[in-house]
Structures are given as C-alpha cells and as structure tokens.
Ligand binder design. Structure first.
Ligand code: HEC
Ligand code: HEC
Length: 285
C-alpha cells in the first residue's frame, strides 16, 4: 500500500495493491439499493404480521394471529363441511339410489377406500382380489349374489356357507368319483357315472340340479373353473367333499366365515362399502 495516493482526485479509498489495483468508493446501483431497502421493510412487516422472532419458548404472535395448526383446522373444517353434505344425503338413500347418482358414487368410492382397507382388506386383499380361503370380490362370480342389495346383505349379516362333511357317508371310491366329476364339470366334460352319484347322494339339493350353485345358500358353482377353495383340482375338491365347509363335527373342515358388520360399522359406512364393492366391477343389476 502506498503512503501517498498515486491517483489523486480519484474516488478511491486509498487502498492500492500491486501499484494500480484500487478499491473505489462508488455507490451501489440504484436498483440494488431499492431491493436492499425493500427486503428490510418486507422482513419488518412480516415480523409484525406473522410469528417470527422467538420470545422465550414461543415466537411473537403476530398481529394476524396466524398459526399453522389454525390453518390446518380451518382446512379440515372446510373438508368436513363438504363431507357432511354428502353424508347427510347418503343417509336418506339406499345403496341402489347412490349408484344411480354419479357424483355421489364418486364421493362414496373415494371415501370407502380407507374403510375397505381397515375392515375388509385383511381377508379379501387390499383390492378385493381375495386370498387363500377368502373369496375374490372383484369379479362377477358370486356365491351369494352380486346385486347391490345382496352385497349389502353380505356385509351387514355376514355369511357362513355350510356343507356337511361326507367322509363317513361316502366310500373312498365314491369320493374319488365325485371329486373327478366336479373337476370334469369345471372343464366342460361330461361324466355320466359322476352325474348319477351327484344325484344319488343329493348333492343337487344344495348345488342345484345343474350344479351351478344356489345363491340363497352360497353353494359354489361347480361348473366354472373358479374354485372357492384353493388350490382347486381333484385333491382339493376331494377334501371339500370329505370334510365339508364349516362342519363343526369335522376337524379338517374348510373354514369359511364372513363376520357380520351390523354392530361394527354405521349404516352409512355399510352402504358405502356395498357401493365400493359393487364398483370393483363385478356388480350385477
Ligand atoms: C375375517 C375375514 C373377513 C373379513 C374381515 C371380511 N370378509 Fe367378506 N367374506 C369372508 C369369507 C370367508 C367369505 C365367504 C363366506 C362363505 O364362503 O360362505 C366372505 C364373503 C363376502 C362377500 C360375498 C361374496 C360372494 O361371492 O357372494 C362379500 C360381498 C364380502 N365378503 C364383502 C366384505 C366386505 C365389504 C368386508 C369389509 C367390511 C368383508 N367382506 C370383510 C371373509 C371376510
Ligand atoms: C347342505 C348343502 C350342501 C350339500 C348337501 C353339498 N354341498 Fe357342496 N357346498 C355347499 C356350500 C354352501 C359350498 C360353498 C361353501 C362356501 O363357499 O362357503 C359348497 C362347496 C362345495 C365345493 C367347493 C367348490 C369350490 O369352488 O371350491 C365342492 C367341490 C362341493 N361343494 C361338492 C359337493 C358335492 C360333491 C356334494 C355331494 C356329495 C355336496 N357338495 C353337497 C353346500 C352343500
């Protein structure tokens, strides 16, 4: 640094390096100063209006009285007001009437998703796709019927299919014949010997003369390739015929109990779930 300013009259600070690198005293540009002061004013205004400066454990309150929790509660109240409108409307309607109204159906399907996950998904799968021992409810193959009324009844009352164990009433040979018969039926093959035994052993009393099942009692359709009990095929059918379904006297019986939801869910929630299940795509008129 020089003792004497070698650039007299120049607007410099007198700090000079390497003989000619000087620090000048020019004012910052005007636009920069405007931005600088505006940001200070903005900060002060913000601090007056909103909580900003820590005072003890909490920030100052701000004259607008804004808090994050208050904003959240106001938002929630808004959503609930919209919901309440729909919920009151649903209260006075049947599930069938809801289905006839596209707007209400859209609301119902959206709001029943969580209900389904909480109450039904554990057994029927999160998307209704079923699982070992639990029926698929997204297709149009129904044990008890796929009208909106029947679906609602399934949820309200619960379901418990009943087929007695036949192990003691049939010889091993007869069991084989019947197991093969139902598998043949599911593949569209005729089997006169099996058909005769199916009749003689009064299987038709529950499954119907055409073996297509009777929805009033949830007896499975034996002619399609959809098996109620996994994995399907001769061995699996043999087990069902021998040990029955929900037969308390047989330890190896198939378990098939759908709990009743009448006491667990509100009427509105049951209606919403019926619409939700119907809208999986398998619902029938
Ligand atoms: C504990 C397991 C379980 C839970 C939880 C459960 N289900 Fe089921 N559900 C079943 C079983 C098992 C069946 C078949 C009953 C049978 O075979 O007789 C069934 C049958 C049904 C049927 C009739 C299907 C048909 O083919 O006719 C519908 C509809 C249904 N469930 C809907 C629901 C809904 C909606 C929920 C939730 C509110 C639910 N289920 C909760 C086990 C369950
Ligand atoms: C008292 C009524 C009743 C009688 C009698 C009966 N069933 Fe069933 N059967 C049912 C019901 C109900 C189901 C379905 C159970 C369920 O899903 O909850 C069923 C299920 C079955 C299944 C399982 C189907 C599948 O998709 O996995 C087979 C196989 C079967 N029955 C064959 C027979 C044969 C063969 C006879 C005659 C020996 C017979 N049933 C007699 C009521 C009956």
């Amino acid at each position: 640094m020089a003792d004497k300013n070698p650039f007299p009259g120049e607007n410099n600070t007198g700090h000079i390096w390497d003989d000619n690198i000087r620090e000048l005293k020019n004012d910052p540009p005007r636009w920069w100063m405007i931005g600088f002061w505006a940001s200070i004013i903005w900060t002060l205004a913000y601090a007056v209006l909103y909580p900003t400066v820590p005072v003890g454990d909490e920030p100052n309150k701000g004259i607008l009285g804004w808090t994050a929790i208050k904003e959240y509660k106001e938002g929630l109240a808004e959503v609930e007001a919209v919901r309440a409108r729909y919920e009151t409307q649903i209260q006075g309607m049947t599930a069938k009437q809801i289905l006839a109204d596209p707007g209400l159906t859209a609301y119902t399907v959206a709001s029943a998703k969580v209900l389904f996950g909480d109450n039904c998904g554990a057994c029927h799968g999160s998307g209704g796709q079923g699982g070992p021992g639990f029926p698929v409810i997204v297709d149009d193959d129904w044990l008890y019927g796929g009208t909106i009324e029947k679906i609602e009844e399934s949820i309200t009352k619960g379901r418990k299919g009943m087929m007695p164990a036949h192990a003691k009433r049939l010889s091993p040979q007869e069991l084989d014949t019947l197991a093969n018969y139902v598998v043949n039926l599911s593949q569209g093959k005729d089997d006169p010997a099996g058909a005769a035994l199916f009749k003689a052993k009064v299987c038709f009393a529950c499954h119907g003369a055409n073996a297509k099942g009777v929805q009033a009692m949830g007896s499975a359709n034996l002619t399609d390739s959809i098996w109620r009990f996994e994995p399907g095929g001769v061995e699996s059918a043999r087990r069902t015929i021998a040990h029955g379904v929900n037969d308390a006297g047989d330890a190896e019986t198939r378990q098939a109990v759908m709990p009743s939801f009448a006491d667990r869910l509100s009427a509105n929630d049951i209606k919403k779930l019926a619409v939700y299940v119907y809208k999986f795509g398998g619902g029938v008129q």
